[in-house]
Design a protein around this ligand. Structure first.
Ligand SMILES: [Zn+2]
Length: 73
């Protein structure tokens, strides 16, 4: 897939609860990042990027999240 053909991107994050953008089947609070990615792949999206993101809690604690960006043509 060529990046310039991507019309829409979806980001999944292991730390945040989000519903599937395209259906109501996904309860992301219960699913791992892999399951979230696999779910979006089944909607025809392609994986563009996987990485980690550092966040900081209000208490100043740092934690790592796994993030993935998927694109739809
Ligand atoms: Zn879905």
């Amino acid at each position: 897939m060529k990046l310039e053909k991507v019309k829409e991107v979806v980001q999944v994050n292991s730390s945040f609860w989000k519903c599937c953008k395209y259906c109501s089947a996904l309860k992301l609070s219960e699913d791992s990042v892999e399951e979230q990615i696999n779910h979006y792949l089944r909607h025809g999206l392609k994986l563009l990027h996987v990485g980690t993101e550092s966040s900081r809690s209000p208490e100043g604690e740092v934690w790592q999240s796994t993030v993935a960006v998927l694109g739809k043509e």
